[in-house]
Design a protein around this ligand. Structure first.
Ligand SMILES: Nc1ncnc2c1ncn2[C@@H]1O[C@H](COP(=O)(O)OP(=O)(O)OP(=O)(O)O)[C@@H](O)[C@H]1O
Length: 260
């Protein structure tokens, strides 16, 4: 089953163009969008969440044209975490996670016992409950990322889109966040789509990968079937060796093939 599908989608912003994007995001899987800086990964994620609207083509979410969903209805199906460099208003962790309940409330509605229960659940799943009364800005980068993921979880959507969820984190915290996303995917069968720069993480945790370059889809498939020296040359213009450890590809960069 397909969570998100795009048919011949095109988009432009300034001089940048996404061309003829046709892809299917499998339901209940972890999907990585990879590609060089400026290739259009974040733009693609924003189009999937309807933060941006395509110039041409269609986007289907759970089989229905995305543009036909009222915004509130869509917010109950798809949550989106933009890059963590975008600052959030200062508030406690609990207040932040409670924002995830917004699509279910009208202006000035109070949180119900059910809302509070969902907020508790989201913080427990992400290990952020112990920080619930802390101000968000006092958390470390890894703790902030988990609190943001808790907010997305509290939105109770079947699809979560994340833009570079592990950027700015050390390797241990990167793994911690990836393991948490894997647990969320496995236990709650939530479709996860994320922009990732680390191809090895994509291979280790994601069932499906979409590689983008210059606003075009270069290839799609299982990461371990895609990642090879020819792929790294074509998409990233690098010479690299690829070995396998426990069925996962390991990339050994040799040199860049052209200046970027
Ligand atoms: N509003 C805009 N106006 C003009 N150009 C834009 C706009 N938004 C994005 N772009 C350009 O579109 C291109 C793709 O941007 P996008 O953020 O999607 O790339 P990306 O692959 O996510 O990059 P990175 O890996 O560096 O985050 C970039 O060249 C960017 O400068």
């Amino acid at each position: 089953m397909t969570a998100i599908q795009t048919n011949h989608m095109a988009f432009h912003a300034g001089a940048f163009r996404l061309h003829d994007i046709s892809l299917s995001i499998p339901s209940e899987c972890m999907t990585a969008i990879v590609g060089p800086n400026g290739s259009g990964k974040s733009t693609l994620l924003k189009l999937m969440s309807q933060l941006l609207l395509p110039d041409q083509g269609e986007i289907y979410i759970r089989g229905k044209q995305a543009k036909t969903y009222p915004a509130i209805a869509l917010a109950k199906i798809v949550s989106m975490l933009t890059q963590s460099k975008h600052s959030l208003p200062d508030m406690t962790v609990r207040e932040l996670v409670s924002y995830g309940r917004s699509p279910y409330k009208r202006l000035f509605d109070r949180m119900t016992a059910d809302d509070e229960r969902i907020v508790d659940w989201a913080m427990e799943v992400t290990g952020t409950k112990r920080h619930e009364q802390r101000m968000f800005h006092t958390l470390s980068g890894g703790e902030q990322q988990k609190a943001r993921i808790a907010m997305a979880l509290a939105q109770k959507t079947s699809i979560i889109l994340l833009d570079e969820p592990t950027t700015f984190l050390d390797i241990a915290h990167q793994l911690d966040v990836m393991e948490m996303l894997q647990k969320i995917n496995r236990e709650y069968r939530i479709t996860i789509v994320m922009v990732l720069h680390d191809l090895q993480q994509a291979a280790r945790y994601c069932h499906y990968m979409i590689a983008v370059k210059n606003g075009k889809i270069m290839t799609t498939g299982k990461p371990k079937d895609i990642i090879n020296p020819a792929f790294l040359k074509e998409v990233y213009q690098i010479e690299a060796k690829v070995t396998f450890a426990d069925e996962y590809p390991m990339i050994i960069p040799v040199k860049t093939l052209e200046s970027i």
